[in-house]
Design a protein around this ligand. Structure first.
Ligand SMILES: Nc1ncnc2c1ncn2[C@@H]1O[C@H](COP(=O)(O)OP(=O)(O)O)[C@@H](O)[C@H]1O
Ligand SMILES: [Mg+2]
Length: 369
């Protein structure tokens, strides 16, 4: 309630927010928290959206009607809907979005995520991508064991396989080939079943937890039985997480990291993180922090649009008020004076437009009617 009053006092703009999602508990938490900062909040069901586009533009329909406009839209959803998530995001105009259309494509594919992390020099485990089982076997012969094989698209630890020997890795990739499942190979980071999840909002980490895998389990995901507890990340870890978030072109995401003797490495960036586990582990109202961040960024976005519009008005005024001088030679076409092209362009005169031509001693004035 305090948030509500404060936010409304400094904004007072009738701000409208929407959460487009699959209506998970976490998405509902964010929608509810947004109500404390925005004047109206709509929960839009991703499954009821339809997107149309052609070269000239596009439309987003919600339950058959054009989607209303918002000042802030936070789109959440799983990798299964990546095309809909990215195209909806790219068609939404004039509103703040914490995720860019590209971020959906990049974050929902671990190969692409690692590719951009590499481009931005974000530390990560050594990762191998191959086109065939034959090339994978060549690599497997050179690696130290255990190693990780991972599905590029998948979550909650379900697509992560660990192989302790060349023999087990070799049969894993045979099985993946049989079911036509693409995979990446990755150096195994010895981490005693502990990984770190940091939620990044802009340049800051708003919540962090350490997750310990269930006994006998190597994956630390809460859905795989991992247990989370509050964690104070090092400055280095925070810096790397913020960099990873920027690399995938997002303002808001969760970054999963592992510790190595050479420093933290990023294993995943999640743009639709679950909030229950981290909220319970840390005691932080993560949904509220996200809502507060979205509100702040929306105000900044609105102000930057206003500044741009104001600048344009000033430029137009300048255009209207000032006169411009051009030094040129008279060009005649027959007995007629031909004005330089720049004059026509600057004043946007069109053919047959009515004008008044005033002739003074040494001057011609042409005025639009
Ligand atoms: N390279 C790795 N070395 C050791 N453990 C890993 C590695 N990659 C993933 N894991 C373990 O598997 C879990 C899930 O991996 P992650 O890449 O975050 O995929 P997702 O969470 O989408 O299933 C991690 O939290 C971590 O416990
Ligand atoms: Mg993960």
């Amino acid at each position: 309630m305090v948030g509500k009053k404060l936010a409304r006092q400094d904004s007072n703009q009738g701000l409208k927010a929407a959460v487009i999602s699959l209506k998970s508990v976490s998405s509902d938490w964010v929608s509810n928290a947004l109500q404390n900062y925005f004047d109206s909040v709509e929960s839009v069901n991703l499954k009821k959206l339809e997107v149309y586009f052609n070269a000239k533009g596009g439309d987003i329909l919600y339950e058959g009607q054009p989607l209303t406009s918002f000042d802030c839209v936070y789109i959440r959803g799983s990798y299964k809907h990546v095309q809909l998530l990215a195209s909806t995001s790219s068609l939404l105009k004039d509103c703040y979005q914490p995720l860019s259309p590209e971020s959906f494509v990049l974050a929902h594919d671990k190969v692409l995520t690692h590719m951009v992390l590499q481009q931005h020099s974000v530390p990560m485990p050594k990762t191998y991508i191959v086109a065939s089982v034959k090339s994978a076997r060549k690599i497997l012969k050179k690696l130290h064991y255990p190693i990780i094989a991972k599905f590029p698209k998948g979550t909650q630890g379900k697509g992560v396989l660990v192989a302790d020997t060349y023999a087990s890795a070799s049969s894993i990739i045979d099985a993946l080939e049989q079911v036509k499942q693409p995979f990446l190979l990755q150096e195994f980071i010895d981490n005693d079943g502990v990984d770190y999840r940091l939620i990044v909002a802009g340049d800051k980490v708003i919540a962090a937890m350490e997750r310990l895998a269930a006994p006998g389990e190597l994956r630390s995901n809460i859905h795989a039985g991992g247990v989370g507890k509050a964690f104070e990340p090092s400055h280095d870890m925070e810096r790397i997480a913020v960099k990873a978030c920027k690399a995938i072109k997002a303002d808001l995401c969760a970054v999963d990291l592992l510790k190595t003797p050479l420093g933290p490495v990023v294993i995943e960036v999640n743009i639709s993180p679950g909030l229950q586990g981290i909220t319970m582990a840390t005691g932080i109202d993560v949904a509220d922090r996200i809502a507060k961040f979205l509100h702040k960024k929306t105000i900044e976005f609105k102000n930057s649009v206003k500044n741009r519009e104001f600048k344009k008005v000033l430029q137009d005024l300048d255009k209207a008020n000032s006169s411009h001088e051009l030094i040129a030679n008279i060009v005649l076409r027959g007995n007629r004076i031909l004005l330089p092209e720049a004059v026509t362009k600057y004043l946007s005169f069109s053919e047959n437009e009515e004008v008044v031509i005033k002739l003074l001693q040494d001057e011609i004035v042409i005025k639009r009617l």
